[in-house]
Design a protein around this ligand. Structure first.
Ligand SMILES: CC(C)(COP(=O)(O)OP(=O)(O)OC[C@H]1O[C@@H](n2cnc3c(N)ncnc32)[C@H](O)[C@@H]1OP(=O)(O)O)[C@@H](O)C(=O)NCCC(=O)NCCS
Length: 282
């Protein structure tokens, strides 16, 4: 989305006569700019003001600049009012920008939204988590009822960096993906372990690689991680394949791993993606 969107609706009142011209000037520049953060927006407007007027945009009372190209006659012609821009123009534009930004703790890909789980997702969660091909592969038992799914959402899924994978097309959750900290594999503060599952009807469409790619980017870029671990149990060829496609490198296998929730032991395989490997593959 272009930054010019926030300039579309003009304010009801201005400071001096040059203000609407400065507004239109910014709008024109913004037509070729993508959305930026509110802080970057303020910085950019101040830079434009400085380069046009030769003086800084400050919040000093009654300070203004006369910008020749915005002078079209009348009193205060070409005058761009500091106070109006600092107290009204910039705050208005920033508040419009905030509404356009994706809400915090949500991630987005071409087909998917990753957002926190909510208790109201229980029915959709149960629809997929009751299938024996999903949970047991991951190490947890099938969900027994919608109420059981609700409990799992409340106790295990509503935690930081665990996301419902929502299909944009329907707006409904179809799986889950998470970064876990201080897990068996991710021992250090700058490490996390990725985990995921997807409803069976959606397998084989590259959905998990798409979701994981974005969560991994978030992990390395936003959370400043250095290493992301991933494991899969012996025989889980689909998950092995997902990790390969994401660029994870094989580390080791562990035999007789306790799968606590299922009361059994299995062989586990461990993969690792370092920030260096991820950057090299990008
Ligand atoms: C593992 C899982 C998340 C994969 O998600 P996905 O979005 O289907 O991933 P992909 O579309 O990239 O498919 C991965 C591989 O699975 C295999 N596969 C996909 N759909 C398949 C199907 N319907 N039947 C058989 N194999 C299939 C393919 O080998 C594919 O690899 P390819 O792209 O090289 O052909 C999903 O199968 C799942 O949720 N499984 C159960 C839970 C689980 O195992 N979680 C991981 C725990 S470590």
């Amino acid at each position: 989305m272009k930054l010019s969107k926030i300039f579309e609706e003009k304010p009801e009142r201005w400071g001096f006569r040059g203000d609407p011209y400065f507004w239109d000037y910014l709008k024109e520049q913004a037509e070729s700019m993508e959305i930026i953060s509110p802080e970057e927006l303020e910085k950019w407007i101040k830079e434009e003001y400085l380069s046009l007027s030769g003086k800084p945009l400050t919040d000093e009372y009654m300070d203004f600049a006369v910008i020749e190209q915005f002078a079209h006659g009348g009193m205060s012609s070409g005058g761009v009012d500091n106070t109006w821009w600092m107290e009204e123009g910039i705050p208005l534009l920033k508040s419009r920008l905030v509404k356009l930004l994706p809400p915090k703790n949500m991630l987005e890909t071409e087909r998917l939204i990753l957002r926190p789980w909510q208790e109201t997702d229980a029915e959709e969660c149960y629809k997929y988590a009751k299938d024996p091909r999903v949970g047991p592969m991951t190490g947890w038992p099938v969900h027994e009822s919608v109420e059981n799914s609700r409990q799992v959402i409340r106790n295990a899924l509503m935690v930081p960096e665990t996301y419902a994978i929502v299909l944009k097309e329907t707006g409904l959750p179809i799986g889950s993906i998470s970064l876990k900290f201080h897990s068996d594999l991710a021992e250090k503060d700058d490490e996390a372990e990725i985990g995921y599952w997807l409803g069976v009807p959606y397998w084989g469409q590259g959905i998990m690689p798409e979701a994981a790619k974005e969560l991994i980017r978030h992990g390395f870029e936003d959370l400043k991680l250095a290493r992301i671990w991933a494991g899969y149990y012996e025989g889980n060829e689909k998950s092995k394949r997902v990790q390969e496609k994401l660029g994870f490198k094989y580390q080791w296998k562990s035999e007789n791993l306790p799968v606590v929730l299922l009361n059994e032991t299995r062989t586990g395989h461990v993969n690792l993606l370092t920030k260096e490997d991820w950057l090299a593959k990008k």
